[in-house]
Write a protein that binds this ligand. Structure first.
Ligand SMILES: Cc1cc2nc3c(=O)[nH]c(=O)nc-3n(C[C@H](O)[C@H](O)[C@H](O)COP(=O)(O)O)c2cc1C
Length: 194
């Protein structure tokens, strides 16, 4: 096993929006949900459920209701032959009445994305989704809030991080590589005083 596998995945993980058309095994998808299930949860209330969609016809339907890469549209939208081969719909179980659900989602989704990355699987976590259409498509009861969707599949692109130089907008270069500006350490880290 490489040294620091978790840290390496954290550093290397990028949002992926182009996927190989090779199915993700059910066993691997279950492993991702196991990673989510074990995430920290406020008061340990565990208000989240996960719908895994890996049926090819359903994936085609769900693709219509997720939005891609606002800063580089339409070029950032996966084309035919690049679309996700699976999705995870993150649901909040309202009757559980958690007051930390947004934090819980963040921790669980990050667990999923890091566990996926380790398997060669890339994710695009999407909040820009048509919740009404998704509810209708899968007949999701009103007791569940549709939080977000994770589109996923084996990676078919390799976006790169670059130093922030005045704009936070990711951009596409001539070779089709996405560049993701990240703030510098000195812009986010304060040692011992504000
Ligand atoms: C809460 C949340 C919602 C997001 N929603 C979308 C989305 O609707 N569509 C999309 O293409 N990317 C979406 N993203 C991905 C971000 O654009 C991406 O994380 C950001 O550009 C930084 O890139 P990185 O993940 O490679 O570090 C979302 C990310 C987060 C955390």
């Amino acid at each position: 096993m490489p040294e620091n596998p978790v840290y390496n995945s954290i550093i290397e993980r990028r949002t992926i929006r182009k996927f190989l058309q090779k199915p993700v095994p059910k066993k691997t998808l279950s492993k991702l949900i196991n990673a989510a299930r074990l995430a920290p949860s406020g008061g340990n209330r565990q208000p989240l459920d996960y719908m895994v969609i890996d049926d090819a016809a359903l994936c085609v339907e769900l693709f219509k209701y997720v939005r891609w890469a606002g800063y580089i549209t339409p070029k950032g939208i996966p084309k035919s032959g690049e679309m996700p081969t699976a999705y995870i719909i993150v649901l909040e179980d309202k009757p559980v009445k958690s007051t930390t659900v947004a934090y819980d989602v963040g921790a669980a989704v990050q667990n999923i994305m890091l566990a996926a990355w380790e398997e060669g699987i890339g994710c695009c976590w999407q909040g820009a989704i048509d919740r009404d259409k998704i509810r209708e498509l899968f007949r999701i009861p009103m007791d569940f809030v549709i939080d977000s969707v994770i589109s996923l599949g084996y990676k078919a692109e390799a976006p790169v991080v670059e130093e922030y130089k005045g704009s936070i907008k990711y951009w596409l270069d001539e070779a089709g590589v996405i560049h993701v500006p990240k703030l510098k350490m000195e812009e986010v880290l304060r040692w011992n005083k504000f």
